[in-house]
Design a protein around this ligand. Structure first.
Ligand code: CA2
Length: 152
């Protein structure tokens, strides 16, 4: 991979480390390691490099977003439950200059009412939900397109 390859941070919030191990009827049977592998392959095919992170801690996610300001051209984020609660993650994302795609495995609008509100959407360029892990790959496609357009 050439050194000028843009890096995309793919960030995952709390409990997503359990993906594929519990509640497959909602979140599918793939593990987070499977999603990481698929993202890495798709990114490489798009001329991007993906850096995958998962944390169960809000402050750690905020700090990773701060690092993205220097290290990433774009962010793909599934903030999990922090979607619905975290003004801190929204504020950190608002300080990031590149494209931000919010991803949810499930269709949050078909579930409990509280899942329909997202603080993160207020900072996101676009939102994908309800398409399972394919949403992450579609988010990378969108990032490649948006970065191409930025480059003009
Ligand atoms: O649909 C999504 O991707 C969510 O971001 C997932 C979050 C949920 O709080 C959001 O409302 C929607 C939950 C992630 C928990 O992931 C688990 C995966 C397997 C087993 C248990 C939890």
């Amino acid at each position: 991979m050439p050194s000028d390859t843009p890096t995309v941070f793919v960030l995952n919030g709390p409990n997503l480390n359990l993906l594929g191990k519990r509640q497959p009827e909602i979140y599918g049977t793939e593990t987070l390691a499977d999603v990481e592998r698929a993202c890495s392959e798709r990114a490489a095919n798009l001329g991007l490099s993906s850096a995958f992170h998962q944390s169960n801690h809000e402050g750690e996610i905020v700090e990773t977003i701060h690092r993205a300001r220097d290290e990433a051209a774009a962010i793909v984020i599934n903030p999990a439950a922090y979607t619905h609660t975290s003004v801190a993650i929204m504020d950190a994302l608002l300080a990031f200059d590149g494209p931000i795609i919010e991803v949810h495995l499930s269709n949050v609008h078909r579930r409990e009412e509280f899942r329909s509100h997202s603080w993160v959407s207020k900072a996101a360029t676009g939102v994908i939900c309800g398409l399972g892990s394919r949403g992450y790959l579609l988010a990378l496609d969108a990032v490649a397109d948006l970065l191409d357009r930025e480059a003009g």
